[in-house]
Design a protein around this ligand. Sequence first.
Ligand code: ZN
Length: 325
Amino acid sequence: MYGYETFHEKLAEGLIANVRGGNPPHAYIFEGDAGLGLFETARLFAASLACNADNAPCGVCNSCVSAKAESNPDIIVIKPEDKKKSISVEQMREMISDAYIKPFLAKRKVYIFADAGIATESAQNAILKLIEEPPEYAVFILICDNADLLLETIRSRCVKIRFSPLSEEKMLEYVESISPNNSKREFIVRYSAGIPQNAKNIIEDESFDRIRTETVKRLPLLFSQRKLTAYNLADFVEENKDNAALILSLWAGLMRDIIFIHQDSVKLITNGDYERELTEVAARVEERAAVKALESIMHAEEMLRRYVSLRALVLKMALSIKPNW
Ligand SMILES: [Zn+2]
């Protein structure tokens, strides 16, 4: 759409119609899962807001051309500085003083917060006043996966736009467009759960098929109850450390499929290309055992996630401790 890959044409059309109408609100929250193209839609919307013509985004004015090239000085993307996990108060202060300088070449000045949910509370407080009484040319787009992470005072001043996962039909279309005649498209669509970026990652990741094949092969071993087998499974995950989360999520998906098979809902399974293998395991494993297995795998996934965020938490803590201020 206008040369931007937005997966939410209707939403974008509505936003653009608002711009053409002349009086768009000053602050927005774009809420939705990562990988749904929120940032790209924000870029398109920003280009429309910044466009100098009536039929925004015209695509030919100075502002539109530089917006497309990501060099428009009036479209400012705010994200954490290198290696930092959150947007700092200093970054916010810089942005606030910048916001009082008129646009350089565009009609409006647009600030896109690439991941507003990770802004610290004080950083959010710092921009609150600006969002309350913005300069007439300024617009703010706060992107986040969960608007509840933002302060209530900020939320109440923004128009919230919710991005939903794509339908299976739309996902099929997308997969077909980036990988025509892919023999695993049904699996890719189901596994991606409506998130185009997930599908793209699977298609582009050369090790994905290998990992998946090996994960399926080890599925029966999960029920062996032998210590030696458990060691082997641990070795397997350890050898593929970078893909540990993927392996666990694949096992969880396979286990859900086994449960579906028990419930006579084969139509709902994600790993349709492994239906034979899954049916074999299902024949040996009771439904209740599969449910328990799924719980164990999900618990392991949770532990893995916590470990990752714990590390991030300690990193942030340690980096904020200084001998003198
Ligand atoms: Zn334009």
